[in-house]
Write a protein that binds this ligand. Structure first.
Ligand SMILES: [Zn+2]
Length: 75
């Protein structure tokens, strides 16, 4: 079951909760003030993918697709 992070809009408390995916956006009571004015924050799980860099091989030049013409050699 994934861990979600919530914030209470009333008392500003942040708290974590293990919930099933279908209940992720269902109302959840704040453990501090028991209010239901809570909203789900972006999960920590999703934040991890932001730092990844995708490396690509250099594309062929516009005049060939073999990386072997004279224009390719300039690069
Ligand atoms: Zn609260």
């Amino acid at each position: 079951m994934p861990l979600y992070e919530y914030a209470c809009l009333d008392c500003r408390t942040k708290f974590d909760a293990l919930r099933s995916i279908k209940d992720a956006d269902a109302p959840i009571a704040c453990p501090h003030c028991e209010g239901l004015q809570t909203s789900r924050l972006l999960s920590l799980f999703n934040a991890h993918s932001d730092g990844r860099t995708i490396t690509q091989s250099a594309p062929a030049c516009s005049s060939c697709s073999t990386h072997a013409c004279s224009t390719c050699g300039v690069n």
